[in-house]
Ligand binder design. Structure first.
Ligand SMILES: Nc1ncnc2c1ncn2[C@@H]1O[C@H](COP(=O)(O)OP(=O)(O)OP(=O)(O)O)[C@@H](O)[C@H]1O
Ligand SMILES: [Mg+2]
Length: 249
């Protein structure tokens, strides 16, 4: 089982849109995939609502070990795609985790899934919390959407420092460009410098596109909504690079 996360300390940069699209693309390749919406605001549910109106369950029973994680999973929202929706009680995840200092509770929760699941995708809230630390630790790779501005590059560098300081695995962070507007000089400039800035090629540059915005309204992944759109092409590129990262194929 591989675990990846979509994370940025910045809000509204395209984490959830990417997480949902990657989950769908993975499932379409017969990879048994679980998407876990860790954000108490629960945006991922909107992007998948077309498949089934899904409601989350309270977290306390899970964390107390009274309820196995399987009971939180909505199976096959699409073939091969299982989903754990958010619940407002996920706000308390951090408090619970603080109380259990010293071990990675998230890792324990995910362990029983490994028999049936090949890929877990964690959609994270834009906070730098104990939960985020555990996500950064447990994930094989962490994908970070970056809107091409200097400020985002700043926070990218801060995130790298944080991961380094906490010894969470410096090499697991993977940036990609998000909400790119090629009419803006700054966006074009940063895109052109991408591989110099990061020391390797950036796998995708998802454009700012109304098709992506519509995912929330229509409750569908982009691959179903607008497979020929330039944004869908970039999401597919991102998926190909993730597959290579995880399975070298
Ligand atoms: N490439 C894009 N083009 C246009 N709109 C986008 C794009 N990506 C995301 N959006 C829109 O921007 C908003 C935020 O996107 P999304 O929920 O994916 O970001 P997020 O980083 O997960 O946000 P949060 O930090 O609140 O969890 C949504 O309304 C979404 O529809
Ligand atoms: Mg989100």
């Amino acid at each position: 089982m591989r675990i990846i996360a979509f994370y940025s300390p910045k809000g509204g940069v395209g984490k959830t849109a990417a997480a949902v699209n990657m989950a769908y693309l993975a499932s379409r390749e017969n990879i048994s995939t679980l998407l876990w919406d860790l954000d108490p605001q629960g945006a991922a549910s909107f992007y998948l609502a077309g498949a089934e109106m899904v409601k989350g369950r309270k977290l306390s029973k899970l964390l107390e070990g009274k309820s196995p994680i399987a009971r939180f999973i909505h199976e096959n929202v699409y073939p091969n795609l299982d989903f754990i929706p958010a619940h407002s009680s996920f706000r308390n995840f951090d408090i619970k985790l603080e109380q259990e200092e010293g071990h990675n509770a998230l890792k324990d929760l995910l362990a029983p899934l490994s028999e049936d699941t090949s890929l877990v995708i964690l959609d994270c809230p834009p906070t730098l919390s104990r939960l985020t630390e555990q996500v950064l630790e447990v994930a094989d790779k962490v994908y970070v959407p970056l809107v091409p501005t200097w400020l985002s590059l700043n926070s990218w560098n801060q995130l790298r420092e944080f991961v380094k300081d906490k010894k969470l695995g410096n090499k697991k962070l993977r940036p990609f460009f998000s909400m790119v507007d090629r009419r803006k000089n700054l966006h074009r400039e940063i895109l052109a410098q991408g591989s110099e800035l990061f020391g390797h090629q950036v796998p995708a540059a998802v454009p700012y596109a109304s098709a992506v915005e519509r995912m929330g309204e229509e409750g569908q992944p982009l691959e179903l909504l607008a497979p020929n759109s330039p944004a869908a092409v970039e999401f597919r590129k991102l998926w190909v690079s993730i597959r290579k990262d995880l399975w070298a194929r």
